[in-house]
Structures are given as structure tokens and as C-alpha cells.
Ligand binder design. Structure first.
Ligand SMILES: CC(C)(COP(=O)(O)OP(=O)(O)OC[C@H]1O[C@@H](n2cnc3c(N)ncnc32)[C@H](O)[C@@H]1OP(=O)(O)O)[C@@H](O)C(=O)NCCC(=O)NCCS
Length: 319
């Protein structure tokens, strides 16, 4: 009997995707079970980690450690992807958005034998409305000398635990984690369950949903992005907890990201016209994202690099 493999494979991927969309604490425990590092605290975001005889303390950065972590991001990420230290500090203090304090949480890994910061991860929890929140990963870097020790994976797990706690305190449910990735870091985020986002554009074709990181700096006089800080196209990645990601939810999350990035007020600009130009920057980004999201009529689907390669082997193509 001839069985058409295509619908079965699609169902398998959809089923796997549904199973993996468990609640956030189940996901955290899953990340800990799959980890090659031992934690001295399983239920707290701050802990000591040991792996192959090396020990690292993983915790939130103290104010006098912020600059070192920021330097690490500057050294390993593109210049137009990292905001100035002063703004980074302001974002650590946070701002009230949709009635909730929203702030960066900066986790660092400190090598026990040298007492040096060797990896850092920053992100923020933000409301999407209806009692739901999304954790957005913003910056991640590990020193060249300390890569493949599982440090970023562990820092991400810590950040996710902290975000789940913060969401609980805010009486919200953490339903989603999103973050962008470079080509080089996709597989790292895949190990945390995050995957790139696609829409079907035909029977055999998918297109990645295009996401642009907003500009980081703007001219006070005109409201336009500064020349060196234009919007950057990124690969957005997502993982849900206890729900299936649909277009409406993703659009809500991206709106929340832009609300955070575009939170400057009229007093940050010389004229109301400049402020209006600044606001338009974010309006266009949301419009572009919505257009890309609705390019294909079907539901969005998440693929890891390995799953994409498998689909390509079956004849599918990804734009
Ligand atoms: C991306 C980056 C932060 C990863 O940091 P890291 O601490 O080395 O990552 P981890 O060791 O936690 O990697 C977790 C898992 O991802 C996978 N992985 C990591 N690096 C990989 C690589 N270069 N190739 C393939 N898989 C890789 C491995 O499965 C690894 O687990 P394992 O070594 O236990 O098998 C680091 O490479 C970096 O700073 N890059 C430059 C800045 C950057 O791109 N930041 C990310 C921006 S989105």
C-alpha cells in the first residue's frame, strides 16, 4: 500500500510541537534534566554550576558588574546591536509599561577559580495583556575561551526561571519566550527549545517571518535614527509554554517588544514633530512585521535548524 509520507510527517512535527509546548516550569525542569552541568540549587535562578571539574557562579549582576557584562556584549555583537552603557543602565532600572515595571534582568557567569565574568545574558519580561507575559532575550555573549561549556544555555535557564518568578509576582502567566539569533547562534538557542518562525507560502515552500530590531539611537532634533544605528533584520525565534503560538499572539509579543524599545517620551526630543517621526519608526516596523506574518495564509510553524534540514531533504524549500 502506498502511504503518502508528507501529511504524516507534518502531523508528527505538529504533535511534537504541541507536546513541547508545556508549562514554563516543566520546560525549565526539562532544560535542567538535559543539562551537562550540575546545579547546587534546582529551583532558584542563582546557583553554582559544575561541569567537568570547572565551577561557575551564575547570578544577577551587581551594579558594579554591569559595565563588564556590557563590554562583553559590545565585543561579541555588532556595534549597531548594542545600546550605549547609559541606556543599558536605565533599562536595568526599568520603566512602567502597561502598568507593570519592565526591566532588564542581567545574569552573569563568574568563573570560580579566576573570579572573572565570562558570560552574560540580558532580557526582559513584558506584558502582552490578558494576564499573559512574554520573556524577550536581548543580549548574549560568552568569552571565546569559555564557549561550549554550556554557560549560555545555563544563563538562559536562569533567566527563564527569574522571568517565571517575576511573572508570578505580577499575577501573570509566562506563555512565550522570544529572541533573535544570528546564523552562528541558532543551534545554541535550539538547545533551549527556541526555533525560527515560518509561514507556508505554497505546498512545498515556507518563508521566514521577517523581524527587524528597531534602531537604538535617534537624533533629538529630527527624531530620525542616527546613521550608525539603523534598524537591523534579525531571525526571530520563539518557544511557547502550555499554548500553541498563533499569529495574533506573536503580533502581540512583537508589539510589546516595540513598545519597550520605543518608550522614549516627547521630552527626549526637541520638537513634537521630531517625536512624531520617532513614533513613526515603530509604527512602520509593526506594519512590516504584520505584513510578513500575513504573507502566507496558513498557520505559523516553528522549525529548528535540524528540522529545517530534514524538511529540505524531503523537497521543501525555505525562503
Ligand atoms: C552564541 C554564544 C553566546 C553561545 O555561548 P556558549 O556559552 O558557548 O553556548 P553553550 O555552551 O551554552 O551552548 C549550548 C549548546 O549549543 C550548542 N552549540 C554551542 N555552540 C555551538 C556551535 N558553535 N556549533 C554547534 N552547536 C553549538 C551545543 O549543543 C551546546 O551544548 P554542548 O556543548 O553541551 O553540547 C557564543 O558563541 C557567543 O558569544 N557568540 C558571539 C555572540 C553571539 O552570537 N551572541 C548571540 C546573539 S543572538
Amino acid at each position: 500500500m502506498h502511504i503518502d509520507k508528507k501529511p504524516l510527517d507534518s502531523w508528527r512535527l505538529a504533535a511534537e510541537s504541541m507536546i513541547s509546548q508545556s508549562s514554563v516550569w516543566e520546560a525549565i525542569m526539562g532544560l535542567q534534566r538535559a543539562s551537562k552541568s550540575a546545579r547546587d540549587q534546582g529551583l532558584l535562578p542563582e546557583c553554582d554550576l559544575s561541569r567537568d571539574g570547572s565551577v561557575f557562579t551564575v547570578r544577577m549582576a551587581a551594579p558594579d558588574e554591569v559595565e563588564v557584562a556590557h563590554n562583553l556584549f559590545c565585543q561579541h555583537l555588532a556595534a549597531n546591536e548594542v545600546e550605549a552603557l547609559s541606556r543599558f543602565r536605565t533599562n536595568l532600572e526599568g520603566a512602567v509599561l502597561l502598568g507593570k515595571l519592565t526591566r532588564y534582568r542581567l545574569f552573569i557567569a563568574i568563573e570560580a577559580c579566576t573570579n572573572e565574568i565570562v558570560a552574560a545574558h540580558a532580557g526582559f519580561l513584558i506584558s502582552m495583556g490578558k494576564g499573559q507575559s512574554v520573556f524577550v532575550g536581548t543580549y548574549a555573549a560568552t568569552r571565546n575561551t569559555h564557549r561550549r561549556f554550556g554557560l549560555m544555555r545555563e544563563l538562559f535557564t536562569c533567566s527563564l526561571m527569574q522571568a517565571a518568578i517575576d511573572a508570578h509576582v505580577r499575577e501573570e502567566e509566562l506563555k512565550l519566550v522570544v529572541g533573535d539569533c544570528t546564523n552562528g547562534s541558532e543551534t545554541v538557542w535550539n538547545t533551549t527549545g527556541r526555533k525560527r518562525i515560518y509561514v507556508p507560502t505554497g505546498t512545498w515552500t515556507y518563508r521566514e517571518v521577517a523581524f527587524q530590531q528597531s534602531s537604538l539611537e535617534f537624533h533629538r532634533a529630527t527624531g530620525l535614527p542616527t546613521e550608525e544605528a539603523g534598524a537591523v533584520t534579525e531571525h526571530l525565534m520563539a518557544r511557547t509554554f502550555g499554548c500553541v503560538l498563533d499569529k495574533l499572539m506573536l503580533l502581540g509579543a512583537v508589539r510589546a517588544i516595540y513598545a519597550w524599545s520605543g518608550k522614549r517620551t516627547t521630552s527626549d526630543f526637541e520638537t513634537c514633530a521630531a517625536f512624531s517621526v520617532y513614533k513613526d519608526h515603530f509604527k512602520h516596523l509593526i506594519e512590516n512585521f504584520s505584513k510578513s506574518l500575513h504573507h502566507g495564509a496558513g498557520d505559523i510553524i516553528l522549525y529548528s535548524a535540524a528540522e529545517r534540514a530534514e524538511k529540505e531533504g524531503e523537497g521543501y524549500s525555505f525562503e
